[in-house]
Write a protein that binds this ligand. Structure first.
Ligand code: GLA
Length: 343
């Protein structure tokens, strides 16, 4: 892969990186004021930045082997908005050379949040911006809303900015209170890529968001976080009933997970998968197959689709020391489409 020096003929002023994340419990709750429980993954996005003294940004993606040129202050296309969104929201008024490389697979592991957080970290350093790690993450969310066009919640950028790979990070997405939570004793995580490309993920995502906002309105609550009795969702028309049932039950699963041992935590993950598949309708038949193969393994406590869904990654909680072997065993049955991501 071409380095910054290969592309631009000199060293970057600053290089920064940020990890992808995998979410263990609390899916599609973060735009309804709910709870999420992600952890960082070892794979990172890395961004190098240098000033180029011109009126345009030169953006190079080493993964795509592609260069985009975007006049300062404009947005551009393709992968440009993830970067120019960060530059424009940081008030950059001069041309920058930007080199991007990422190990984070696309599809459920927050490759875009990792890119935004890495870019914002680099900009913070180049320009000495006064931005703490929470404010930086929220700027990344703003990039998604205003430049990329995804009405995402706050989980991914907060996880990329604040989480580490050794613990889970409980986030109350309403007030942004956070608590570090240890993994259940005797367990570790396995992340696999289903190889199913995410289709219509953005439109499907925005549609789900609109549906749960409508459900909250009909129930007379500010957000589904405020529903105290899950039975009340049964009065909603379908599919708002199913969508709301997922969000309300999922919030309860996160809180239960905080006290759970590995076996109980795994059961909660299995229940999350069923809820995302049946009520939230964001899974895919091949992903269901991969999850079922994982759930059938003796060393697996639980498994589920992770992230926005519509394809992409799955996560399993497995007996400590078995993740690599479980991943291999499952791949033998699942076939060439899949890949082990962690470990
Ligand atoms: C995407 C969004 C997050 C969150 C998840 C689903 O990753 O960016 O804000 O809503 O989907 O839990």
């Amino acid at each position: 892969m071409k380095t910054f020096e290969d592309v631009f003929g000199g060293a970057p002023e600053v290089t920064a990186s940020a990890p992808g994340r995998v979410n263990l419990l609390g899916e599609h709750t973060d735009y309804q004021g709910g709870f999420v429980l992600p952890t960082a993954i070892p794979q990172r996005a890395t961004v190098g930045i240098g000033r180029n003294g011109t009126g345009q940004h030169v953006l190079y993606s080493a993964n795509l082997e592609k260069t985009l040129r975007v006049p300062v202050g404009e947005v551009g296309e393709d992968f440009a908005p993830y970067l120019t969104g960060c530059l424009n929201l940081s008030g950059v008024t001069e041309g920058l050379n930007v080199h991007v490389t990422s190990e984070v697979p696309s599809g459920g592991l927050s490759s875009s949040a990792a890119l935004e957080v890495a870019t914002l970290r680099a900009l913070r350093e180049v320009y000495g911006l006064e931005l703490d790690d929470v404010a930086l993450a929220l700027k990344g969310v703003q990039v998604e809303h205003e430049f990329v066009g995804v009405q995402c919640g706050v989980m991914d950028q907060l996880a990329s900015s604040l989480a580490d790979t050794r613990t889970m990070l409980l986030i109350d997405t309403r007030g942004l209170e956070r608590r570090v939570v240890p993994f259940p004793t005797g367990a570790e995580i396995l992340v696999m890529d289903s190889g199913v490309p995410r289709r219509l993920a953005e439109s499907g995502y925005n549609e789900r968001r609109a549906q749960v906002e409508e459900a909250a309105r009909l129930l007379g609550v500010k957000q589904l976080r405020d529903v105290t009795d899950i039975a009340t969702v049964e009065a909603l028309p379908s599919p708002l009933r199913e969508r709301a049932r997922h969000v309300v039950s999922e919030n309860a699963r996160v809180l239960e997970g905080l006290q759970a041992d590995a076996a109980q935590f795994g059961q909660l993950m299995n229940a999350t998968h069923a809820s995302l598949r049946d009520d939230y309708a964001v899974s895919h038949p091949l992903v269901d197959e991969l999850v079922a193969l994982l759930q059938a393994q003796p060393d697996v406590f639980g498994a589920r689709i992770t992230g926005a869904g519509f394809g992409g990654a799955v996560v399993a909680l497995v007996r400590e020391g078995t993740a690599a072997a479980v991943g291999e065993a499952v791949l033998a049955d699942y076939g060439t489409l899949g890949k082990v991501v962690v470990p």
